[in-house]
Design a protein around this ligand. Sequence first.
Ligand code: DAH
Length: 361
Amino acid sequence: MESVDKLREELLAAVEAAADLDALEQVRVAALGKKGRITDQMKGLGGLDPDRRREAGQALNALKDAVAEALDARKAAMEGAALDARLAEERIDVTLPARPEETGRIHPISQVIDEIVAVLGDMGFAIAEGPDVEDDWHNFTALNIPPDHPARQEHDTFYLPSADENDGEQGRMVLRTHTSPVQIRTMQAGPPPYRVIVPGRTYRCDYDATHSPMFHQVEGLLVDEKTHMGHLKGCLIDFCRAFFGMDDLPVRFRPSYFPFTEPSAEVDIGCTRAGGELKIGGGDWLEVLGAGMVNPNVLRNCGVDPDKYQGFAFGMGVERMAMLKYGVPDLRTFYESDLRWLRHYGFAALDVPTLTGGLNR
Ligand code: DAH
């Protein structure tokens, strides 16, 4: 048998010399593992006579305890040192101001919808919603667009496949071509007065620098007993000035035609497109919305008495508003999902538009 004292000296020295936790574990296995040196010695006890065995057994047990204790102490010291090192290295100076973390951007279309809703919400309009997949009656017929009306072609409608071949156009569902069907749904849902806006997606088979097959509109409907054309003009001019943040915004009303309004108008904003840029002011005009006094036929289709109630409606193109306000010359870039573009044109996630806080940055 090895001398217990010599073994103790050697093992305790090895514990001290271990440079890291891995090395320390190796020392533990070499001493106390199944084939470790202390374990070996223990196995040798069987061959000794009883007196020797008791004596040597006690000495080996004491050695085992001493080595185990030394291993624990060294391990605790190493772990403490590692923690101290981490604490020193990862120290956080809580007195520094927070560095804003850019985890994402708000898409300009979402931002502009929020801005439009902030202005019109402040004027007292509530939000109404309707389905993207609409039936022919709500999308066309109820809005005074009968089956053979030429306005149906203008809309370049996406018709959905019909379950029944004999349905014909009128029995088929469509991707709504405008948010106007929500006027109908709002009026069917309860009695006047109505004062709603409808932000939402709309679809037409169109694609160029100012049209995309999916786009966004915000519809408006205000019906009461005495609402007149003056209210329509005042409301829309105030809205445009507030939205663009310009009291001297170039804005004009142009007579137009929509089956669901009479009289009808379109609103244009003065702009320039010089040098591939789009800017407010200048000789050109960009149409941003259609509007008019709700056609009595539409009121009648919804069970509202046109001799008692009247009002106005409007539908604006969100992309057009966004292009003008933020100088985006080509509408198609909104939907290309180019991150560099979004970093340039996008908005900070916590910058929620309000009238009091300012609509934008
Ligand atoms: N729905 C029309 C379109 O998409 C826009 C519009 C025009 C809506 C006049 C209205 C309105 O509510 O009164 O072209």
